[in-house]
Design a protein around this ligand. Structure first.
Ligand code: BTN
Length: 317
């Protein structure tokens, strides 16, 4: 990390920080700190300086690769980051990249999407002020393990959100994150496998989070919420993106141990509830019993316990 990036980290972490303290902790001269701050200002950061207290970063939250990097601890995820003003869909873009020579760990982020995609062919409401990102993976694990990625990503994202925001995140099997019973985030994983090796050629993890939207279309008003609404404060999207990438890399590294499944059970908002299952073109009532060690939702239907591999459930009120 350059002195400039380290200074940015200090400014992100503290309300105000003196040049002397940064110089001492980084083992550089005050003049280097001054130069780093000047460079940051030239790049567009708004930094106030007061002789008595030191420097203060005015946190305006436009998406910034540098702000993301200042918090990023992951090794592979985020090696390359592309930030776009607007894209039809970051997942579609990442897929096109995967079919060319897109690298493992590349992250595509957009300020807004004009054709954001959800599961089951639905659209995903994607105005500015949200997080829309897709992560391209070239994993070594089997297609079977790939089936666990949505669940693993849901756990990683829930943990990251809780680390930064004071709230409790539940998971509605398999891809929805909820707070106070309303949807906050959706996850769409897509990929292609190599039939010969049985391994994945690529995977795309698409994550969409409602962060600061002030209005939803009528059909979403009662079922969706935003992070800022839940937490009652401004959320830095850059910090949250970095935290999600850190968390995701950690969870994916141990995906084969299945350790995340216990966490997904703990956070489940459907276990023990009467649900409506939508699967393979059918819709029927059932009870959600548990999540098994392979990440399948166990439902009880007509006295029989059935594992659900895919599909969707909604809680019956
Ligand atoms: C769902 O709720 O059904 C899943 C929504 C996934 C939305 C994200 S936003 C980033 C990525 N790009 C897309 O077009 N979709 C995913």
């Amino acid at each position: 990390m350059s002195v400039k990036d380290k200074v940015l980290s200090f400014l992100l972490d503290a309300e105000t920080v003196s040049g002397g303290r940064m110089a001492k902790e980084l083992g550089v001269s005050r003049n280097s700190i001054w130069k780093a701050v000047a460079n940051l200002k030239r790049e567009g950061y708004l930094i106030e300086s007061a002789q008595s207290s030191g420097y203060r970063l005015i946190k305006i939250d436009s998406l910034s690769e540098q702000m993301i990097r200042a918090r990023l601890k992951s090794k592979t995820l985020g090696r390359k980051i592309e930030i776009h003003h607007s894209l039809p869909s970051t997942n579609t873009y990442a897929k096109q990249l995967a079919l060319r020579d897109g690298e493992d760990g590349t992250v595509i982020i957009a300020e807004s999407q004009t054709a954001g995609r959800g599961r089951r062919g639905r659209s995903f409401f994607s105005p500015t002020s949200g997080i829309y990102m897709s992560i391209l993976l070239r994993p070594e694990f089997s297609a079977e393990t790939a089936g666990l990625v949505t669940s693993c990503a849901a756990v990683a994202t829930a943990k990251a959100i809780e680390r930064l925001c004071d709230c409790e995140i539940g998971i509605k099997w398999v891809n929805d994150l909820l707070a106070n019973g309303k949807k906050l985030c959706g996850i769409l994983c897509e990929g292609a496998s190599d039939l010969e090796s049985g391994c994945m050629e690529y995977m795309i993890i698409g994550i969409g989070i409602n962060v600061g939207a002030t209005e939803f279309p009528p059909e979403l008003c009662d079922i969706a919420t935003t992070l800022e609404n839940i937490c009652g404060k401004k959320i830095s999207r850059n910090e949250l993106i970095a935290e999600i990438l850190n968390s995701l890399e950690e969870e994916i590294a141990s995906i084969e141990s299945g350790a995340f499944i216990e966490e997904s059970r703990r956070r489940s908002v459907v276990i023990g509830k009467d649900v409506t299952v939508i699967s393979g073109g059918n819709s029927y009532p059932a009870s959600a019993i548990d999540i098994d060690d392979k990440g399948h939702l166990l439902i009880e239907k007509d006295g029989k316990i059935i594992p659900l591999f895919s599909g969707e459930v909604s809680i019956r009120v």
